[in-house]
Design a protein around this ligand. Structure first.
Ligand code: UDP
Ligand code: MG
Length: 331
């Protein structure tokens, strides 16, 4: 497979034949998870051993300001660990990409660092995977733990996203999933920088299965996805996987042009029959504000797409690695 992206941050795509690939690679993005990461790593390692799998764990510290990286680096002596520290917080999507690029396993599992997804569900994912799927993702059985507002917004977002999208993006799918090596290689070959992984996962295709899981509450700390981050991610998702927000303005424009044409005929006719009317000030003002608002909205939408095009054109890497440490170099 050839990669169009500079392979600066990629583990050598061709692992030398002498290096045996582990059966499983875990990718764990972590941002300020100092109270969770140790427990997560121990649980993951214990479960992998229980399932009799050879494994490696790639932890990507996404610019944490706490002791997350130190915790992980300290554990490289006891576990088959690869610790990567990004130079700042680049966001979970980039952290996952950084981790995926470092994996060597025949299958890759992406997992959160906060133990929300019970590790006991790994067995179900693997069993399904071994039935012949290329990807098996976890889907949350319900969203009862979330506020009604968040639930409505999430449903609305997935609805908007699925409108006119060439590949359906399953609602409520977690990033928690197991993927075959070929799927990971396909993902890594995508050169875009504005990454919306949930979209890319389904864009690459392959035989995909789902397993419903019950989420737990976070082991420690609070969610790292505030309203602003979620909104940004939603915009990236929409702009990278649908173009109807751009196109819809053509339709609206045509509708308004046709309506105003009809109206102008009506006004000419009315003036000819009944003479000049006193113009309605309120109607005119409302129409101006309404149309002005619509135009600003449409320009704003174009701006959203343009800003993403701009950031792609700049070709900056999606993330920068500040330091890394693997199990072999650990003392
Ligand atoms: N995360 C990250 N970078 C970020 C935000 C989150 O690497 O900028 C990681 C975080 O440490 C966790 C996972 O992504 O392992 C999911 O984040 P979180 O639990 O805060 O999200 P939620 O479960 O609330 O959706
Ligand atoms: Mg979480």
């Amino acid at each position: 497979m050839s990669y169009s992206e500079p392979s600066l941050y990629r583990f050598p795509a061709s692992v030398p034949a002498t290096v045996s690939r582990p059966e499983l690679s875990f990718v764990i993005p972590a941002f300020n998870e100092e109270d969770n990461i140790r427990k997560t790593l121990l649980e993951v390692a214990a479960e992998a051993k229980r399932l009799n799998k050879t494994f490696e764990i790639v932890v990507v510290d996404d610019g944490s300001t706490d002791k997350t990286y130190e915790q992980v680096a300290r554990m490289t002596g006891e576990l088959p660990l690869f610790a990567i520290r990004l130079s700042r917080n680049f966001g979970k999507e980039q952290a996952m990409s950084a981790g995926l690029a470092r994996t060597r396993g025949n299958a890759v599992v992406i997992l959160d660092a906060d133990l929300q997804e019970p590790i006991s569900t790994l067995q179900q994912l693997i069993e399904r995977f071994e039935e012949g799927y290329d990807v098996v993702y976890a889907v949350r059985a319900h969203r009862n733990d979330e506020s009604p507002l968040k639930r409505v917004l999430a449903t609305g977002f997935y609805r908007l996203l699925s409108m006119g999208s060439e590949c359906p993006i399953p609602p409520d799918a977690r990033d928690y999933r197991i993927m075959d090596r070929k799927v990971v290689d396909a993902l890594l070959s995508l050169p875009e920088r504005n990454k919306f992984m949930k979209g890319l996962f389904s864009w690459v295709g392959f035989k995909t299965g789902a397993v419903p899981i019950e989420l737990r509450t976070r082991h420690a700390g609070t969610s790292k996805f505030g309203a602003r981050k979620l909104f940004g991610l939603a915009l990236t998702g929409l702009t990278s996987f649908s173009d109807w927000p751009l196109r819809i303005w053509t339709v609206i424009g045509f509708a308004f042009a046709s309506l105003s044409m009809l109206m102008s005929f009506w006004i000419v006719l009315k003036t000819m029959i009944w003479g000049v009317d006193v113009p309605g000030f309120a109607t005119t003002t409302t129409a101006i504000f309404f149309l002005g608002g619509l135009q600003l909205m449409s320009i704003g939408v174009i701006g959203e797409y343009l800003s993403r095009v701009y950031s792609e054109v700049k070709q900056r890497p999606g993330f920068i690695i500040a330091e890394e440490q693997d199990a072999n170099s650990a003392v």
